[in-house]
Design a protein around this ligand. Structure first.
Ligand SMILES: O=C(O)CCC(=O)C(=O)O
Length: 312
């Protein structure tokens, strides 16, 4: 009797999960086609971003390949702010290493315990005293995100990551495996390496052209709530080895990438990989598939419309 009950409740849970998944996917589609994103696209056409040559060529590269990589300081044209981000990174490294040595508490997410985070999803309030927040909420980056995503985007995630190295005999897990992010197809992530990243430190890897509309998108087309994991065999069968980019790169490298395409990273068996990261998504994603990891500690009335929209 007990076994039957357990089996029945498992089946009920499975069915409930499927119904919930379908409901969330339908809500996303509704917001993407008719509700939030339509309005957001309209706003972009009403007020198109004024891009300089460098921003325009970044958007072209993102359209073509789904990623772009360049020195952070060449992009920001503000060495003092780059230095502040790096100093914040150095302090985070020091604190995280001390916590690892002494058994102190690390901010981690279930299933991805190998990444210690500056904020994680613990209700952080982030404001302009955080230099990385200043960068990712700046019009310089927001205008790129909006021009690339063809809508006024939302800034949904701001963080620093310290990837704790693991033993080489431990298998890859979670986002160390090839996958696409399930939470939006209108997605742009920013990463700035805060240490030199070598081949054994879990560099970020990406299949250029696997973003929606790209030449490799058919390897695993994006669907809302779709199963994102793609086996090594499927990637090897569909993608020429020379077409995968592995971002071994010096500290101070900025990477922008549409991670609804195929990517993986963070399998470090050498030294810790440390980076700053942020996510821009569409309003439809925040309405159905994702949630913001911070509350902005800024005076919203002082912001221009584009920035206020991104932060609320
Ligand atoms: O840690 C990595 O390089 C992978 C990151 C990732 O999968 C993501 O940000 O979606």
């Amino acid at each position: 009797m007990h076994r039957q009950t357990t089996t029945l409740s498992k089946r009920v849970n499975r069915v409930a999960a499927t119904v919930e998944r379908r409901g969330v996917a339908a809500t996303y589609e509704l917001h993407d086609r008719l509700l939030s994103n339509r309005l957001s696209r309209h706003r972009l056409t009403e007020v198109p971003p004024a891009l300089d040559d460098q921003q325009r060529s970044i958007v072209e590269a993102l359209d073509r390949d789904g990623y772009v990589a360049l020195p952070f300081s060449d992009f920001l044209h503000d060495q003092a702010l780059c230095d502040e981000v790096q100093a914040m990174g150095d302090a985070f490294i020091e604190r995280t290493e001390a916590a690892l040595r002494t058994g102190g508490r690390l901010k981690v997410r279930a299933g991805k315990e190998y990444v210690a985070r500056r904020y994680s999803f613990e209700g952080a309030t982030i404001g302009s005293d955080d230099p990385w927040f200043r960068v990712v909420s700046s019009r310089r980056l927001l205008d790129i995100a909006n021009a690339y995503l063809r809508l006024w985007a939302k800034l949904s995630y701001v963080d620093l990551w310290f990837t704790v190295p693991q033993r080489p005999d431990e298998p890859r897990t979670a986002s160390q495996n090839w996958h696409f992010d399930f939470d939006d197809k209108h997605l742009l992530k920013a990463f700035v390496y805060l240490v030199d990243v070598e081949a054994d430190m879990g560099p970020f890897e990406f299949v250029p052209g696997s973003q929606p509309g790209g030449r490799y998108h058919a390897v695993r087309p994006w669907t809302p709530m779709g199963y994102g994991r793609v086996s090594d065999e499927d990637v090897a069968r569909s993608v020429a080895p020379g077409d995968i980019v592995s971002f071994t790169a010096p500290r101070g490298t900025l990477l922008l990438c549409n991670t609804s395409g195929l990517h993986r990273g963070g399998y470090s068996t050498g030294r810790p990989r440390v980076l700053a990261t942020a996510t821009y998504c569409s309003p439809a994603s925040l309405a159905s598939l994702s949630r913001r990891n911070f509350s902005p500690a800024v005076d919203l009335d002082q912001l221009d419309d584009v920035t206020r929209f991104a932060l609320t």
